[in-house]
Design a protein around this ligand. Sequence first.
Ligand SMILES: Nc1ncnc2c1ncn2[C@@H]1O[C@H](COP(=O)(O)OP(=O)(O)OP(=O)(O)O)[C@@H](O)[C@H]1O
Ligand SMILES: [Mg+2]
Length: 248
Amino acid sequence: MKETSKLSSPIAEFNGVSFRYETGSDVLKDIQFQLQPGSFHFMTGESGAGKTSLLSLMYLDNLPTKGRVRLFGQAVDTLSRKEKARIRRQIGVVFQDFRLLPHLNAFDNVALPLRIAGTKESEIRRHVSELLAWVGLEKQLRAYPAELSGGEQQRVAIARAVINRPQLLLADEPTGNVDDVMAKRLLYLFLELNKLGTTVVIATHNQNLIKYFGFPRLHLSKGHLELLGPSNNKYVDLATKILNRGEQ
Ligand SMILES: Nc1ncnc2c1ncn2[C@@H]1O[C@H](COP(=O)(O)OP(=O)(O)OP(=O)(O)O)[C@@H](O)[C@H]1O
Ligand SMILES: [Mg+2]
């Protein structure tokens, strides 16, 4: 098997990484961290701190201006197109602006990664319906993105990102358009995925979620990254509570 399947290597590794857009100065400065397999992090920092930019380096949308990024053990600047596509298939992304395909309904947007992977239609029907029901959209399966509210589109985007059980899930402010009860429910979905082995990074401004779940934080401030420890480690119990009580 290829290097990417090594269990012991970090899922992502940043060494002295700086990044700037074509116009402007460095938005990420000398970033250094590793994401271990099976870890769960929040990514925090004020608006403009560089969260979306850092995530974009992790799903290969941008390359670092300086330093080295490794994903699944492979240096990203040496990847062939084929290798890049293979790595991307292992990453689920919830974009801050959703990026749903406008000509596909909710069901077909979520089904897309399974169809690309060649999953049987009967299985697709079951998995997609179940997942959309879990995120509270059982009545909107046939609705097109333009017919959905912001929070509904966001939930479709989340379902699409997790349907394939990716090895790495990157979610950019995935609860920005839903209420707190739904936000916690969605976090529980990410937690379930994490229990199955997915490494998770969630960029969020939501202080309630940060306090409630207490995952360790990748904190950005003016382009610099700081690793902050968990604020508590009882998240599994707390998450179970959400399910049992319908919310806190
Ligand atoms: N495509 C772009 N071209 C040039 N500059 C950009 C681009 N995208 C973002 N920036 C700049 O990079 C910096 C970091 O932006 P980024 O979107 O990563 O922040 P963020 O932490 O995700 O903010 P928010 O919480 O508002 O989503 C900002 O100063 C922003 O203006
Ligand atoms: Mg952002």
